[in-house]
Design a protein around this ligand. Structure first.
Ligand SMILES: Nc1ncnc2c1ncn2[C@@H]1O[C@H](COP(=O)(O)OP(=O)(O)O)[C@@H](O)[C@H]1O
Ligand SMILES: [Mg+2]
Length: 512
């Protein structure tokens, strides 16, 4: 290239791969290209003549190919196969020869003999003389493998992060929906309780709310029968109309009839004007007939007619009035027993008992007591402007061991009193209606004196059950629920003790 001095002097190494200090270079005074200048570059630089024979090669290229310049000087670049020259690069060089234009390939992928993939930014630049005649090609390659791998890694980690975020989002959604369903199931409308017995009640309420079927709610006093009736009504399509509650035990028979069906003026003494009955008031809504077991037989017959025909007649009137009502009835009595006694009509029972919901007693769901206690503490904190923040473990233990004949209504009353009287921040003192928990000689049954009057055999049975339960509660307390020592103390065998635990819903864990 000696004689091409002028054209080579015009040559500039383009800035590829961010080499800011690349200088234009010149032929040495003897016409040779000064290798020392290009040796300083960290890109591989190879100068080829127009037949693609190697004219010059810098140190970086020597390192890359593992040869010395002197070994390969004058050899054909393509024929030499210094490395597997990719087709793309060969095409690039030929293009330069043909078109006399520079070509660049970004991230040219080259697999080294030891199977490692390298990436090069590769530029092929024509060397022209003053007359524009092609004299050679300058090939500059920069190993950008590290950068490419970093980018690949970056992209991969971005992908992974994205996938992780998506997974997190899915998990979050699941957590949120679980939280929601948990929240729903800790309470339903005004009903509080998370025990499985209450979960079943919530499911049932949800289902029956979607129908117009008559519902019979049974359960001991204070178990929430009225709350369930409300939940059904307010969960149904009738919620924008009236929910009319009638306590069948509260009025004498004649008054109850006029209360339920209405009357016309003059139909009896005191009927000074026409009056709509509860059935009419409940039109398009729901009527809740509480304590249905107290209805007299004649009123039962009339009710049966309403259930069958959905028509009513006001007392003293023959005109029939159509009513669109949903009927929910409730009782704490054993209706089958009433039927046997002849005080309740079987046909009415069948009409009412289309769907029956039996509410568990509080004794059956003691695991709900802590939740109910907190609920009532909050309620009475507001009512009494107090700031009680909870209940002591001892006081709670006392509540858990009690038999709760009055169920949630009774618990509510106990907490109301405790909140009102408590002077510290936590409820420490609990006063139970019949408080036998302060027994001293725990292994001796107490005398049968305290408690309500015993006027029937049934009363006696109930009283005996209550006493037996209290006896077992105190024995369990004393022996921290250890069956072995209870057996030793009482002389009862294990099976009897286990049966009593089942009968009285006593859980070992309550006494530990
Ligand atoms: N599951 C419950 N959660 C919260 N409070 C309840 C629950 N069940 C009953 N109560 C409360 O107990 C009291 C008695 O409920 P109620 O529906 O009148 O019982 P029932 O009609 O069975 O005698 C009411 O003050 C009611 O708010
Ligand atoms: Mg009630």
């Amino acid at each position: 290239m000696k004689e091409k001095k002028d054209s080579v002097q015009k040559l500039f190494v383009p800035d590829i791969g961010g080499n800011a200090d690349i200088q234009p270079y010149f032929l040495a005074s003897d016409g040779e290209i000064d290798k020392s200048i290009i040796d300083n570059l960290d890109s591989d630089v190879i100068i080829l003549d127009k037949d693609l024979n190697i004219v010059l090669m810098n140190k970086s290229a020597e390192r890359t190919f593992g040869v010395s310049f002197h070994e390969v000087k004058g050899t054909n670049y393509l024929a030499l196969r210094l490395r597997s020259i990719e087709q793309e690069l060969a095409r690039n060089l030929n293009n330069v020869l043909k078109t006399k234009k520079a070509f660049t390939i970004k991230e040219l992928q080259i697999i080294s003999p030891d199977k490692v993939t390298h990436f090069f930014d590769q530029s092929c630049i024509p060397i022209l003389d003053g007359g524009g005649v092609l004299q050679g090609v300058l090939s500059i390659s920069k190993d950008v493998t590290k950068r490419v791998y970093k980018e690949i890694q970056y992209q991969e980690s971005q992908k992974m992060l994205k996938a992780l975020f998506q997974e997190l989002e899915v998990k979050n959604t699941t957590i949120r929906s679980l939280q929601t369903s948990l929240r729903e199931r800790y309470s339903f409308h005004s009903l509080i309780g998370k025990s499985y017995l209450m979960q079943n009640i919530y499911d049932l309420i949800e289902k029956v709310s979607q129908t117009d079927s008559t519902v019979l709610i049974t359960g001991e006093t204070g178990t929430g029968k009225e709350l369930v009736a409300r939940a059904i009504h307010y969960n149904s399509h009738r919620k924008d109309y009236n929910l009319v509650a009638v306590n069948c035990a509260a009025l004498p028979e004649t008054l109850l009839e006029s209360e339920l069906f209405g009357h016309v003026k003059g139909s009896f003494t005191g009927a000074i004007r026409d009056k709509k009955g509860k059935f009419e008031l409940a039109d398009k809504g729901t009527i809740f007939l509480d304590e249905i077991g107290e209805l007299s037989i004649p009123t039962q017959v009339k009710l049966l007619r309403v259930l069958q025909e959905r028509y009513i007649e006001r007392v003293g009137d023959e005109k029939t009035i159509k009513v669109d009502i949903r009927i929910i009835a409730a009782t704490n009595q054993d209706i089958l027993e009433l039927i046997e006694k002849g005080t309740f009509r079987k046909d009415l029972f069948y009409r009412l008992n289309i769907i029956s919901i039996r509410l568990p007693s509080l004794k059956e769901r003691t695991d709900d007591i802590p939740l109910l206690v907190n609920h009532f503490i909050e309620k009475f904190n507001i009512r009494f402007k107090k700031n009680i923040n909870g209940i002591s473990p001892n006081a709670l233990r006392k509540l858990l061991a009690y038999s709760w004949p009055g169920n949630i209504r009774e618990l509510e009353g106990v907490i109301e009193k405790a909140v009102l009287l408590e002077e510290s921040e936590t409820i420490e003192n609990i006063e139970l209606p019949t408080d036998h928990s302060a027994t001293t000689n725990l292994c001796l049954p107490k005398p049968l004196n305290a408690g309500p009057d015993i006027s029937s055999y049934e009363d006696l049975q109930k009283r005996l059950d209550m006493l037996e339960r209290e006896y077992f509660v105190s024995v369990f307390q004393k022996h921290h629920g250890r069956i072995g020592s209870i057996a030793a103390c009482t002389g009862l065998n294990r099976r009897t003790i286990l049966n009593k635990m089942k009968k009285f819903s006593l859980k070992k864990s309550l006494f530990k």
